[in-house]
Design a protein around this ligand. Sequence first.
Ligand code: SAM
Ligand code: SF4
Length: 326
Amino acid sequence: MLRDSYNRAHTYLRISLTDQCNFRCVYCMPNEHMKFMPAGHLMNAKEILEIASLFVKQGITKIRLTGGEPLVRKDFKEIIEGLSTLPVELTLTSNGVLIEEHLETLKKANIRSINISLDTLQADKFARITQRNLFEKVYKNIVLLVENDFHVKVNSVLIKGQNENEINDFILLGKDLPIHIRFIEFMPFTGNHWDQSQVITHHQILEQIGSVYSYQKLEDAKHDTAKKYKITDFKGSFAIITTMSEPFCGDCNRLRLTADGKLKNCLFSAEESDLLSTLREGKDILPIITQTVLGKKFSQGGQFAPSFEETDPEKLVNRSMINIGG
Ligand code: SAM
Ligand code: SF4
């Protein structure tokens, strides 16, 4: 078991496959800071499998593939086929554009649950946020996943002035479709011009939903990052990821591997450990993994003020979200 100095067992690994993306969401990929990783710096399919296998031997039971956009990797099929041989729950976060092309591969890999990001239900706003005119395609692919019996979570990052007026439109999606909407509080990363006044909090989201619907709290599992709710007779549910207003670090079981093979013990850690270079030198990476886990700070990489309103984004040492892998 990979335990940190607070005795938290780490069982969940998020692997970023690439920092490339077919979208340009500005809160994630800041144009002015964006330098894509050279292809030779990325883990190849064999290296991903080798590193993932080692983590599984150390007690990892769940792996999420992310990015950038994981489905733009040319060797995605090979990667997922390799990972599906491991005794682990495999899942994916995607912007949804290439789902149809990869549907059979995802089914064969026995992926049952997929997170699709969608910040608006308005085609023109979608084009402004992502800088791509692909709303219809993403929406159709969400429905396709539901029709194919995937457990579909829709991730929506709420940013003041951008989409908080659509909260109840998203809720309505779950009336007839078994879709699980997850509202995410906007987080600060390098270059994304985060400001505390743009965060729509858990409390504000519930207030807006409560003005139209009556909802019930659902029970959250131990390591859940989302606080789950349900509206009576709706097929879907909704949840709120309260990273900023109510951090949930106490039960954290997550580690992150960037596309260039660096291990981060927290989404907000300043430190990272270079597993890939060590692997390519033919050396054992387990001691580095163990040390990195032991060095994990209790909360938010040890970089945030006790309240997010006092956190100075200029002082945070990190990567942009697209470089980490969300
Ligand atoms: N391309 C895929 C996608 O969009 O789902 C996977 C990678 S993306 C970085 C993973 C998740 O991080 C998405 O749901 C995205 O909305 C979220 N994200 C990106 N930047 C964020 C930020 N500043 N605050 C909160 N969530 C963010
Ligand atoms: Fe690409 Fe996802 Fe980031 Fe948007 S949120 S730019 S789709 S990685």
